[in-house]
Design a protein around this ligand. Structure first.
Ligand SMILES: [Zn+2]
Ligand SMILES: [Zn+2]
Length: 341
């Protein structure tokens, strides 16, 4: 079988590898598609220490069950499935009290373990979720990023009838748009700096779309929401974008940090302002047990996958896909690898 193997910074190698052996708690998957995530791009840039080469990366996996280990239950050969990439130990102090998202021994499928940029892969059966046969490759690979949004939304617990400012128009910003507009938000304002992507936000719909490089965000927000917005959801990971937007939050409002900021960046914040306005600041790193809802949401047709997934590449063009991920941001939003092309 063919696999794309991460060999170190800016080096992916297509290798012929033997079929993996299926352990008793595992399932053999034929990979139908695997999404290219920002995390994969960071691994390709050599920025993630946990990804030790040689390793097959990719965690947004959509596949078909080919074989089952002895203990594997809940799925059958021929089932189509998506994968929750987090593996929890079940025995650390946090897992013991059900706080799996704080697991001290967390493993990640896609760098600690073999991932999805390959034709076949083995995964723990506990991490699989069955999907209908009608699910398309583009829908399948978006279930994992969608689950991170559903998880954050569940933590945010927004009230009905509120106003939102979504920062960013990447794949996750576009998913957030669809999740929020399917809730009972009364006002949705979304920002972005890439015109081609902003036309996608326009297609999905928002009360106001703002390119802060071209117009005044503050004026745009206060025109619609004179006291500011109830919720700001950051999908940029840009401290600059957050710094500009944060003052636009309403008294008592909530800021959700969702996009991943570079580790060494700092946000300068007046605690007096925080005190006066009684702002809540939250973060969300994907907790488990949100995956089924993500699948249900996708099956229901709430997410326009064709609008978000802009390119499907064969395995042997994976390096080009990674290059385009950072250089071709106008036309490429979410990319997927189809290892059978
Ligand atoms: Zn991802
Ligand atoms: Zn644990």
């Amino acid at each position: 079988m063919k696999s794309a193997v991460f060999m170190g910074k800016h080096r992916m190698e297509i290798q012929e590898r033997p079929m993996p052996e299926v352990k008793s708690n595992e399932v053999l998957l034929k990979v139908i598609g695997c999404g290219v995530c920002g995390t994969d791009a960071h691994i390709y840039e050599g920025e993630i220490k946990d990804a030790v080469p040689p390793v097959v990366i990719g965690h947004e996996i959509f596949g078909e069950v080919q074989d089952l280990g002895q203990e594997a239950t809940g799925v059958e050969v021929g089932d189509r499935v998506v994968l929750d990439p987090f593996v929890f130990c079940n025995h650390c102090d946090f897992c013991k009290v059900g706080e799996f998202r704080f697991c001290l021994n967390e493993r990640f499928i896609g760098y600690h373990r073999t991932g999805g940029f390959t034709q076949y892969t083995t995964v723990p059966f506990t991490n699989l979720y069955r999907v209908p046969k009608t699910m398309t490759l583009k829908q399948g690979i978006l279930c994992e990023p969608l689950s991170t949004v559903i998880a954050a939304y569940s933590r945010l617990q927004p009230e009905a009838g509120k106003s939102f400012l979504i920062l960013g128009e990447g794949a996750l910003g576009l998913i957030w748009n669809q999740v929020i507009r399917n809730s009972l938000a009364v006002t949705v304002i979304q920002t972005g700096i890439i015109p081609e992507r902003l036309t996608k936000v326009e297609k999905l719909g928002a009360d106001r779309i703002v390119n802060p490089l071209e117009e005044n965000l503050e004026k745009a927000v206060y025109d619609l929401c004179p006291h500011g917005v109830d919720y700001i959801v950051d999908c940029t990971g840009s401290t600059k974008a957050i710094t500009a937007a944060l003052p636009l939050i309403k008294r008592g409002g909530t800021f959700l940090s969702f996009g991943v900021c570079p580790e060494h960046e700092r946000l300068s914040l007046s605690l007096y302002w925080l005190y006066r306005k009684q702002i809540k600041i939250m973060s969300s790193r994907r907790p488990p047990k949100e995956f089924q809802r993500s699948v249900d949401f996708m099956v229901k047709g709430f997410i326009d996958a064709d609008l978000i997934v802009t390119g499907v590449f064969p395995l042997n063009e994976i390096e080009q896909a990674f290059e385009r991920f950072s250089t071709d941001r106008a036309t490429q939003i979410k990319m997927a690898i189809d290892p059978w092309l």
